[in-house]
Structure formats: structure tokens, C-alpha cells
Design a protein around this ligand. Structure first.
Ligand SMILES: [Zn+2]
Length: 290
């Protein structure tokens, strides 16, 4: 498996690579725009080129990049205005991903806002079908990965059936899944032992297909199985524990898949000194490889 982290790009998108190298990552995930703002400046051609140059410089060390879309988009929104805004933001995210030569772009499926799960899922499928058609010529290589969700509030995508429905409706090789360990666990699927891990994998395979998984988010959880809460914890320090991650990193099916941690970036030691945690969490994961 390729182990990496979500990294900052403040000061320039190309900085993602050095930032990832600094924490010992073999792969990286980043946001190309503020994740909590609707408006974003287009990526200038010189910045696209600089990013691609840097990608080449680091190619031996870092690959399988992933872009994470902004958090505001809600393709399941029952409000036409919000839906339209979300759709346009999605087109922008796909375009930016293609401009940087990145393949996988992760997005949260959406929240139905009390309009009902079926209505929400249908809207997501409709939006994705349109967006993939609209960007087929401009960004043919970009694959949109729907993230597995914890099921907080009216979030969709916390049941494997939700993902299965959207993937089947849209039916495109440019759609896949990003498997978030914290979210899947708090959504109610166990994988802490080899047996429960295999059961959950088989369930996912039966409903969605393991070949749909393009990338992972590796996060431990501050909340327990089935809590439907989304609070990430350091690797091995939460309810998932080290055994969960050992099951993933030693599974040959994921030998070439990237996994990115989205765990807290720093922690204070006993003396109140701030410790950078990404290198610690990545080392913990590497130690689990048998
Ligand atoms: Zn996410």
C-alpha cells in the first residue's frame, strides 16, 4: 500500500510535494481551493505547469495523488439554487483535477436535508451523470470517488447500498469509491479482527464491488462502532485500534492503492511542546506491515 497524508498547499499548489516529503509520505492528498468557500480563482496555466514539473521531480518518491473536493457542495440538496451551485462547483473541481494531471478526486456524496434518502440519492446520481458527461472531453481521465460517510445528520453514503445505488445509476468508469476507515466503522461496519474485516470486505464486494475502491482515508475514530459520528483520531489511539489497520495494510488487494491519513496534525507532549503527528501516524502504519 502507498501511505501518505493530506497536506497543506498554502503558498502554492506545488508545495504539496515538499510538504508530503517532509512527513515521509509516499502519496498525498490536497485541496486545490478553500474547502469552505464557494468561490475559487481558476488555476493559472503557469501554476498548473509548476505543479506538473514538481510532480515529475518527486515522481520516484511520491505518486498516486488525490484531490479532495470542497465541503460545501451538496448534490443531494432539495433546494434548486443550492443544487445548481453544487453542480457548478463539482464541474470546477473536476476541471481543476484534470488541469493538474491528477486522476482521483474525492467528494462527499451529499446530505438529503430531510427530503429523504431515496430522493437525495437520485439527485446525486443525476448530478454525477450530467457532470461526467459535461467533462468527458475536457477531463477524460478524472475519476470521481464517492467517500464512504459516517452518517451524521442527513449525510448519505453511510450504507454500502447508497454507494451501490449511485454507482449503478451513473454506470461510468469515471466513478469510484474512497473508503474512509473511520466513517465506515462508525457507520456500523466492523473490521477489527481478520474475521470481521473479511466479512465487511465481502459485504462491500457483494453490494458495490471491491474494484470500485480507488483510494482510502486512514483515520482512527474517537467514537465507537455504529455511533454515526465523524471524529478522527490518531492511528491506533481510537476505537479502531491497530488491528484494524493491520488488516488493511497487509491485504494484497490494496498493494498499489493510496491511503491518506486525515488525523490531527499536532499534539502537545507532557511539557506542552507541540509534536508534529503525521510522521508519527505514518510510522505507526508502516510498523504494522508484516
Ligand atoms: Zn472527506
Amino acid at each position: 500500500m502507498k501511505l501518505g497524508a493530506q497536506v497543506s498547499v498554502s503558498g502554492g499548489l506545488y508545495k504539496a510535494f515538499q510538504n508530503a516529503a517532509d512527513v515521509g509520505a509516499e502519496t498525498l492528498m490536497f485541496y486545490t481551493r478553500s474547502n469552505r468557500q464557494w468561490k475559487a480563482k481558476p488555476i493559472a496555466e503557469k501554476d498548473q505547469n509548476r505543479f506538473k514539473q514538481e510532480a515529475e521531480t518527486f515522481a520516484d518518491q511520491i505518486d498516486s495523488l488525490v484531490i479532495h473536493a470542497n465541503y460545501l457542495m451538496n448534490l443531494a440538496s432539495p433546494e434548486p439554487e443550492k443544487w445548481e451551485k453544487s453542480y457548478n462547483a463539482l464541474i470546477d473541481e473536476i476541471t481543476r483535477t484534470g488541469q493538474l494531471g491528477v486522476v482521483n478526486m474525492v467528494m462527499h456524496p451529499g446530505s438529503h436535508m430531510k427530503s429523504g434518502e431515496e430522493t437525495g440519492l437520485a439527485k446525486i446520481a443525476e448530478g454525477l451523470t450530467r457532470a461526467l458527461a459535461e467533462t468527458a472531453d475536457s477531463s477524460p481521465d478524472v475519476v470521481v470517488c464517492l467517500e464512504t460517510m459516517a452518517g451524521q445528520g442527513t449525510n448519505l453514503g453511510y450504507k454500502f447500498e447508497h454507494l451501490a445505488y449511485v454507482l449503478e445509476k451513473v454506470n461510468s468508469p469515471r466513478l469510484g469509491v474512497c473508503f474512509d476507515t473511520c466513517h465506515v466503522f462508525t457507520a456500523g461496519y466492523d473490521f477489527r479482527t481478520p474475521e470481521t474485516y473479511e466479512q465487511t470486505m465481502q459485504k462491500f464486494d457483494r453490494l458495490v464491488g471491491l474494484d470500485q475502491i480507488k483510494c482510502f482515508h486512514f483515520n482512527d475514530s474517537k467514537h465507537d462502532l455504529g455511533s454515526r459520528k465523524d471524529r478522527h483520531q490518531h492511528i491506533g489511539k481510537g476505537f479502531l485500534g491497530l488491528s484494524s489497520f493491520a488488516n488493511f495494510v497487509n491485504d494484497d488487494r490494496w498493494a498499489n492503492h493510496p491511503a491518506h491519513i486525515e488525523t490531527p496534525k499536532s499534539e502537545d507532549d507532557e511539557d506542552g511542546n507541540s509534536i508534529e503527528m503525521d510522521p508519527v501516524n505514518l510510522a505507526t502504519l508502516r510498523d504494522l506491515i508484516a
